[in-house]
Design a binder for this molecule. Structure first.
Ligand code: CP
Ligand code: NVA
Length: 302
C-alpha cells in the first residue's frame, strides 16, 4: 500500500516522533558533510498551482541531497492547464515518477490526485493544511525545548491552513495550543472537532494578549493567504490588534521563541523589530523544511 501525506493525521504520534528523529539525524549528516544518498534512482514530481520559495527549493535541494531528482511542474505548462483531469494526470505521472508533491488551491484537488495516483502524494500546502510546514515547526520547537508535551504555543492571527495543521499537531504531541483569531477568522469548526477527537489540547482566547500570557512560543502567519487576495481590505481591518509586537512578546515567557512560516508581511502580522529580534527562530524554521521533508521522503520512498 502506498502512503500519502495529505494532513498530519496521515501519520500517528509514534510515526511523527520517528520522522522528527530521522530529520534530526539527516540534519546532522548534512552538517558533517556526510553522504546520505538514500533515494538514488528516485524522482519527485512537484506541481505548484501557487507561488512558493521555501517548499519548492527545499524539496528540490532535498531530493538532490538524497541522490534523487525533482521535477518542477507548472500547471500552466502541463495539459492540466488545458483541461486534462487531475485524476488522469495522477495516473500518468505515477508511471514516471516515484512520488508527487502538490500545492493546490483546493485540498480536494490533492485528495483526488492521491486517490488516483499509485505513488505517494505529498501535500505541499492547500487551503486546509500545510503539514510539511508543521513538521519543520515541530522540529524547531524540539530544538529549543526538550519536550513538546504541555508546551504553551500561542497562535495569533488567521485560523488558516497552518493553524489547522497545528491543531492536528497538538493531538499528536500534547502541545497546549492557545488560539487567538478575530471573530469570523477562527479555524473551521470541522477541523477543531477533528483535532479534539484525536486528543488536541486547545484553548480559544479572545485577545492576542490573553494567548501570549505565559506562552513558550508565539506563532503567526500572513493575514491574507494565497487565494484570499480579494478580501485584503476587510482582513486588514479585522486583524487590527493581532500583530505580534514587542509588547506581546514581553507577555510570554522570557525564553519564548517567535515563529512564522514565512513569507512575512512586516507591519501587519508581525513587526520588523520582533522578526529581526533575538527571540525569532524563523530562519531555523525555514531551514528545517529541508531536513523534515527529507525525512518524509525517505519514509515514503525508501
Ligand atoms: N512557508 C512556505 O511554505 O513558504 P513558501 O510559500 O515559500 O513555499
Ligand atoms: N497561510 C499562507 C501560508 C504560506 C506559506 C498561505 O496559504 O498563503
Amino acid at each position: 500500500m502506498k502512503k500519502d501525506f495529505l494532513t498530519l493525521l496521515d501519520v500517528d504520534a509514534g510515526e511523527l516522533e520517528a520522522l522528527l528523529a530521522e530529520a534530526e539525524r539527516l540534519k546532522a549528516l548534512r552538517r558533517e558533510g556526510r553522504s546520505h544518498a538514500l533515494l538514488q534512482g528516485k524522482s519527485l514530481g512537484m506541481i505548484f498551482e501557487k507561488a512558493s520559495t521555501r517548499t519548492r527549493v527545499s524539496f528540490e535541494a532535498g531530493m538532490h541531497d538524497l541522490g534523487g531528482h525533482a521535477l518542477f511542474l507548472n500547471p500552466s505548462d502541463l495539459q492540466i492547464g488545458r483541461g486534462e483531469l487531475a485524476r488522469d494526470t495522477a495516473r500518468v505521472l505515477s508511471r514516471y515518477v516515484s512520488a508527487v508533491m502538490i500545492r493546490a488551491y483546493k485540498h480536494t484537488t490533492i485528495e483526488e490526485f492521491a486517490r488516483y495516483a499509485s505513488v505517494p502524494v505529498i501535500n505541499g500546502l492547500s487551503d486546509i493544511a500545510h503539514p510539511c510546514q508543521v513538521l519543520a515547526d515541530l522540529m524547531t520547537l524540539k530544538e529549543h525545548f526538550s519536550s513538546l508535551k504541555d508546551l504553551r504555543l500561542a497562535w495569533i492571527g488567521d485560523g488558516n491552513n497552518v493553524c489547522n495543521t497545528l491543531l492536528m499537531a497538538s493531538a499528536h504531541t500534547g502541545l497546549d495550543l492557545r488560539v487567538a483569531c478575530p471573530p469570523g477568522y477562527q479555524p473551521p469548526q470541522r477541523i477543531v472537532e477533528e483535532a479534539l477527537s484525536h486528543g488536541a489540547h486547545l484553548t480559544f482566547c479572545k485577545t492576542a494578549e490573553e494567548a501570549a500570557d505565559g506562552a513558550h512560543a508565539l506563532y503567526t502567519d500572513v493575514w491574507v493567504s494565497m487565494g484570499n487576495e480579494a478580501e485584503r481590505e476587510a482582513r486588514l481591518r479585522a486583524f487590527q490588534g493581532y500583530t505580534i509586537t514587542t509588547e506581546i512578546v514581553n507577555r510570554a515567557e522570557p525564553d519564548a521563541i517567535v515563529m512564522h512560516c514565512l513569507p512575512a508581511h512586516r507591519g501587519e502580522e508581525i513587526t520588523d523589530e520582533v522578526i529581526e529580534g533575538p527571540q525569532s527562530v524563523v530562519w531555523d524554521q525555514a531551514e528545517n523544511r529541508l531536513h523534515a521533508q527529507k525525512a518524509l521522503l525517505v519514509r515514503l520512498l525508501h
